[in-house]
Ligand binder design. Structure first.
Ligand SMILES: Nc1ncnc2c1ncn2[C@@H]1O[C@H](COP(=O)(O)OP(=O)(O)OP(=O)(O)O)[C@@H](O)[C@H]1O
Length: 369
């Protein structure tokens, strides 16, 4: 999969931008606050209709403008498609080859992206939300049904939370059962994804770290009995909700379900969150991303586009080099942002297009190699 052309109008500080990226490594450099992350955000939006910064529509529109327009030509298996996304304050509208795409599903598989941000590097150590966010994004890219399952769950959760908030216990039991049904679907899809990437993740971790540390990942059910979940998942959720009834009355919110679950990593049996060194934690995230790329390649028979935001300064030279080598072998199109070209371990023969971004404007590329 490749992005052949990108055209932005009034997207954040990128008022009028046209880009014809190279086939492989595209490096965007410039000082802080010039629009590098915004550029990656626009590509991410084209693929998913969502901002990776959890931004509102109005944040995406250039100050003073009425709407933003993101247009891209993408290519997969030699078939080109035009994707156009109109962002207005009240909503987004997408078209694929001039046909209205009414749901995100219609965009599915045209452009797959894997995102790698400094925020995600902190994921092993940080709070569970960032790990859930990572997981949800990763599952959605390969599993079309996941988004619907996730939205169904979110709707039920919202209704159940509204009852708790108003101390209205009349319909609570019915909503608990609905929540349990929907939660099982979400959790099972997450678990299926993790099963698919587990081996890859372990293989890439040992390749990056160059030693035989045993790395494991585990899906942690919050407030739900693991064993019972293995046998009767729905009953386990219902039981979990019952057991947390007092906490829910106190906190006025649903205490159990995939919105509270977590993903944990262990190194040689010890929790990576507290025991792994910074380097080991970075290797874990890197191995996860590599596994995700590999799974997408297998699922779609085409590699995704990789968006690397300001990562280069986060990875040491060796890990950076490992990553670039991995990407080179897979013939992937990569978009990298950096404040300094010295951060990129891309010396070698690969084609590299370099763009300078300054105050939302892009300079013509210099092709190196
Ligand atoms: N809706 C908007 N309209 C106009 N400008 C905006 C809008 N949203 C953000 N900006 C501007 O975009 C700039 C931030 O761009 P971006 O986050 O892409 O920076 P960057 O080049 O990635 O910098 P860094 O290296 O610090 O990450 C800021 O100057 C901000 O004021």
């Amino acid at each position: 999969m490749r992005l052949i052309k990108l055209k932005l109008s009034s997207f954040r500080n990128l008022k009028n931008l046209e880009l014809v990226p190279g086939q492989k490594f595209n490096v965007f450099y410039g000082k802080n606050g010039q629009g590098k992350t915004n550029l990656l955000e626009s590509i991410y939006l084209l693929a998913t209709m969502k901002s990776f910064k959890q931004a509102k529509n109005s944040d995406l529109i250039c100050f003073g403008a009425e709407f933003a327009l993101v247009k891209g030509t993408v290519e997969r298996d030699l078939v080109r498609r035009e994707i156009a996304l109109l962002v207005e304050r009240q909503g987004k509208k997408a078209k694929v080859d001039a046909k209205l795409a009414s749901r995100v599903d219609d965009l599915f598989g045209n452009l797959n992206v894997v995102l790698f941000t400094p925020e995600e590097i902190g994921m092993v150590r940080g709070g569970p939300e960032s790990r859930r966010r990572y997981l949800d994004r990763a599952v959605f890219t390969c599993d079309l049904g996941y988004l619907k399952a996730y939205h169904d769950y979110a709707k039920i959760l919202k209704n159940r939370n509204a009852l708790l908030k108003h101390n209205d216990t009349s319909g609570l039991e019915v909503w608990s059962e609905r929540l349990a049904d929907s939660a099982v679907v979400v959790i099972n899809r997450r678990l299926a994804h993790l099963r698919e990437i587990e081996r890859l993740f372990q293989r890439f971790y040992s390749e990056i770290s160059g030693n035989d540390e045993a790395v494991e990942m585990e899906y942690r059910l919050h407030g739900v009995d693991r064993e019972l979940f293995g046998q009767e998942p729905r009953a386990a959720l219902v039981e979990g909700l019952k057991a947390h009834a007092a906490e829910e009355r106190r906190r006025l919110t649903t205490a159990v379900g995939p919105h509270r679950d977590d993903l944990s990593f262990t190194l040689n049996g010890r929790p990576a969150r507290s025991f792994a060194s910074q380097g080991q934690q970075r290797s874990i995230v890197l191995a996860l991303k590599m596994a995700e790329i590999e799974l997408i390649r297998k699922t779609f028979d085409a590699p995704p586009v990789l968006l690397l935001d300001d990562m280069t300064s986060e990875l040491d030279r060796e890990r950076n080099g490992n990553l670039m080598e991995f990407l080179r072998k897979r013939e992937m199109q990569v978009f990298i942002t950096t404040t300094s070209l010295d951060n990129i371990a891309l010396e070698g023969s690969d084609e590299q297009a370099t763009f300078r971004i300054s105050e939302g404007q892009i300079s013509q590329p210099e092709v190196i190699g």
